[in-house]
Design a protein around this ligand. Sequence first.
Ligand code: GLV
Ligand code: MG
Length: 328
Amino acid sequence: MSFKIVEEATPRLNRSELAVPGSSPQLFEKAAKSAADVIFLDLEDAVAPDKKEEARRNVIEALNDIDWGNKTISVRINGLDTHYMYRDVVEVLERTGDRLDLFMIPKVGTAADVYAVDMLVTQVEQAKGRKKRIGFELIIETALGMQNVHEIAGASPRNESLHFGVADYAASTRARTTNIGGVNPDYSVLTDPLGEDGRREVHWGDMWHYAIARMVVAARANGLRPIDGPFGDFSDADGYRAAARRAAALGCEGKWAIHPSQIGLANEVFSPSEKEVERARRILAAMEEASREGRGAVSLDGRLIDIASIRQAQALVAKADQITAAGG
Ligand code: GLV
Ligand code: MG
């Protein structure tokens, strides 16, 4: 291990994160009763400019009046390049109690963006005597944000998670795709002729691989949760599952749901299966026995396990326990 200790952010279940437009208050109660781990009430891109003030009022009312149960609640404020942002922060914090957990900051481009919001939030918290510290979720969704992702991730002790905002990222990098978070047939490899018939195969690739992998490294190196963003085609459950599995394979802990039908899919993909948990517990038991006998590595089911396997198994069992504690 390095001499530098990475402190983990406040631990939260973040398998599914439901986006709810602040301008659609009729959706709030249903969202509160859903199985989403985290809900973000949106004041940014799902809200038209002439609805911004009304959406802010709706969100303030909802934070005060609705029973959100044990969910983590976030508000996505407007970007720092708009004149809505300071009022989003000030009014939401001044006019609500302690139910709010997080602010989601969109289109973060530099560490100074986070610093600026931190300063504003700190002032309001102090002025109002707010006891609970608001955490930050940061969306990495511009070329600038991706370039500076490492500094951004370490920019404030309020930071809890990094999110890959694939739609804005595609726009910012001018990626030649228009679907949100799906695959792109242009991003494929055409094999050389194979076999005697000279047939060639098309192997589809994942054009978001680099971006997600880079964000995951920055998040984990700073003790934050990496979360994958939206998948636009909510009628394609299999496509969503596949995208979520790819993100999970790279280290993400969860994915956005832009439609209630995606909540269950995210919870399913980002929960360890019973088989995985059972194997992790057996690894821990085998390693405990090995350590009693003074051995650093042993074999289990014909495979080598060592001290690194303990860390993986512990993380998996801790996640399973967290899910059980939250009611499944
Ligand atoms: C999310 O905000 C995105 O742009 O994908
Ligand atoms: Mg966006």
